[in-house]
Design a protein around this ligand. Structure first.
Ligand SMILES: [Zn+2]
Length: 463
C-alpha cells in the first residue's frame, strides 16, 4: 500500500514537470485590457485626434509596449515609429456656386459640407431617377430627391462615378452631416506627397436651400446641362504629422511571408464645445487587441512566419496612416500574406451569437472561412449596405492586393462617433474574451502554409 502510494506520487511528479515544460495556453488578463484602455481612452489623451501631438503620445505608448513585449523594430527601421506629413485645407473665405448666370454664395442658400480645397468647374447634370447607381457622368451633379438612399450613400456613389461635386437639397440628413464635421465644412486631408487617403478623393459636397435649388433647376432650360463652378474663396494648407507605431516579430522561416496585424490608434479629438471624444471602442479597443495579440505571440515559441504589428494614425481622416504604410512598407508588400485589422471590438452586436465577431468582406476571400474552420469565432458582416470593408485601414492594403479584412464586435453600436464612446460603455469582459479568441487564429496563420486568396470578383479595384 505504501509502496503503491510512492509510485503514484512519483508519477504525479513526472506529470507535473512535463506539463510545466509543455506550452501553457496564453491567457489575456482583463486587467491588461483595462489598463491599456485607461490610458488610451483617458482625458489626458484628449481623444487622440488624427495627426496631432495627442496621437503621437498614443503611438509612443503602443511603441513602448511593443518594446516591453520583446518585439523589434521592423526591417530597415531604427525605432518603432513611422511618421508622415499631412496637409489639410483650411477655408477662410466664402464659397460660391455659379450655375449658368446664377451665383449662390455661402450664407445665401449655399452650405458647403465637404471640400477638397480646390476649385471645381464643369458641366452640371442631374439624375433622372432616385437610384444612385444611375448618376450621370457629369462633373457636377444636382440631386433633387434622395429617395430611400441616405446622403452618405449618394456621396459614395458619386465618388465611384468620379463626380467632382455633388449638390443636394438641404435636409435633416445634410444638416446632420455638417454637424458630424463639427459644424463647418469638412475638408480632405492628404499626405504631403499629394496622395489622398483610402479609395482616392471624395467629391465635394454642397447643399442648397429649396429656393436656391429651384432657381438652379429653372436655369437648365431644355438642354438638361449647364456650365457650373464652385469657388472656395481663400484656402490655405495646415500642416501636421501623423504617426504609426510598428513592432516586428521575426519568424523562423524568412521565405514563409509576413502576417500583418493592425488597428488604428487615432480618434476624433476634442469637439469645438470642449467635449472629449474618447474613442474607447473606436479604436482604442482594436489597438488593445493588437497589443495583447503581440504580447501573446512574443511570449510563445518563435513562429514560422514573421509578424508585423501596426497601430496606424489618421484612420479617421481617410486612412492616411495605412495609406502611407502601404506606400512605405518595411517589408515588400508581396511578402505580406494576410492582414487582419481589429476595429471596435469593445461591445458585441446583439444580432450575433454570443462571443462571435464579424469579418468585413468575409465572402471576398477564403481567409474568414479558413479561420472559422480553425476555431476562430468570426462570421460574415451582417451589414453589407454599410460598406464596412471599405471603411477601415484593411482597405488601404486590400487596394494593394493583400488579402485584408477587418474583424469587429459591433460596427453599428449606438456609441459610434458619439461622446458616449467611453470606457464606461465598453463591455470589458466581452472585449477580453474577443482578444483571447483572436490569438488562436493568428497563431494558426503564422505557423501554417495557408496562403489566403481573393475569390473571383472579391479583390477590390481602386476607384
Ligand atoms: Zn471611427
Amino acid at each position: 500500500m505504501l509502496k503503491h502510494r510512492l509510485v503514484l506520487a512519483a508519477s504525479l511528479l513526472v506529470f507535473a514537470s512535463t506539463s510545466a515544460m509543455a506550452e501553457k495556453a496564453w491567457t489575456v488578463k482583463p486587467e491588461w485590457v483595462a489598463a491599456h484602455e485607461a490610458f488610451l481612452a483617458s482625458d489626458a489623451l484628449r481623444g487622440r485626434k488624427s495627426a496631432s501631438p495627442d496621437e503621437a503620445i498614443a503611438a509612443a505608448y503602443v511603441a513602448a509596449q511593443f518594446q516591453s513585449y520583446g518585439l523589434k523594430p521592423a526591417p530597415g527601421m531604427d525605432g518603432y515609429l513611422q511618421t508622415a506629413g499631412v496637409v489639410t485645407p483650411k477655408l477662410t473665405g466664402h464659397a460660391a456656386l455659379k450655375a449658368g448666370t446664377l451665383n449662390v454664395a455661402e450664407g445665401e442658400g449655399l452650405t458647403l459640407l465637404y471640400a477638397n480645397g480646390k476649385p471645381v468647374s464643369g458641366i452640371l447634370g442631374f439624375p433622372v431617377s432616385d437610384d444612385p447607381a444611375k448618376l450621370p457622368a457629369a462633373d457636377i451633379v444636382l440631386v433633387s430627391d434622395l429617395g430611400k438612399t441616405p446622403l452618405a450613400g449618394w456621396w459614395r456613389a458619386a465618388r465611384a462615378k468620379g463626380i467632382k461635386l455633388l449638390v443636394v437639397r438641404e435636409s435633416d440628413d445634410s444638416r446632420a452631416l455638417l454637424k458630424r464635421f463639427g459644424g463647418q465644412t469638412g475638408t480632405a486631408p492628404q499626405l504631403d506627397s499629394g496622395q489622398n487617403g483610402m479609395g482616392g478623393a471624395r467629391p465635394d459636397l454642397a447643399s442648397l436651400s429649396d429656393k436656391a435649388f429651384n432657381d438652379v433647376i429653372a436655369g437648365f432650360g431644355v438642354l438638361g446641362t449647364l456650365p457650373a463652378s464652385l469657388d472656395l474663396g481663400d484656402a490655405t494648407l495646415e500642416r501636421s504629422v501623423t504617426t504609426n507605431a510598428i513592432g516586428y516579430l521575426q519568424g523562423s522561416d524568412p521565405s514563409a511571408g509576413v502576417i500583418l496585424v493592425t488597428a488604428h490608434l487615432d480618434h476624433l479629438g476634442v469637439q469645438p464645445d470642449g467635449t472629449i471624444m474618447h474613442g474607447a471602442n473606436d479604436d482604442a479597443s482594436g489597438t488593445v487587441a493588437v497589443l495583447e495579440v503581440a504580447h501573446a505571440l512574443a511570449a510563445g515559441k518563435q513562429p514560422k512566419r514573421s509578424l508585423l504589428f501596426v497601430a496606424y494614425g489618421s484612420e479617421e481622416i481617410g486612412g492616411l496612416g495605412s495609406t502611407y504604410f502601404g506606400e512605405h512598407p518595411p517589408v515588400p508588400l508581396d511578402r505580406i500574406v494576410a492582414n487582419l485589422e481589429f476595429e471596435m471590438i469593445g461591445a458585441q452586436d446583439p444580432k450575433m451569437a454570443k462571443g462571435e465577431l464579424m469579418m468585413t468582406g468575409f465572402e471576398r476571400s477564403n481567409l474568414g472561412e479558413t479561420l472559422k474552420a480553425k476555431g476562430a469565432k468570426v462570421t460574415s458582416d451582417p451589414y453589407p449596405d454599410q460598406h464596412f470593408f471599405e471603411r477601415s485601414d484593411n482597405y488601404s492594403l486590400a487596394l494593394k492586393g493583400i488579402v485584408a479584412h477587418t474583424i469587429s464586435g459591433w460596427a453599428v453600436t449606438p456609441t459610434y462617433h458619439d461622446k458616449t464612446d467611453d470606457i464606461a460603455h465598453l463591455d470589458l469582459p466581452f472585449m477580453t474574451q474577443a482578444i483571447q479568441s483572436l490569438i488562436v487564429p493568428v497563431e494558426y496563420l503564422v505557423n501554417s502554409d495557408f496562403k489566403p486568396e481573393w475569390k473571383p470578383g472579391g479583390k477590390p479595384e481602386a476607384k
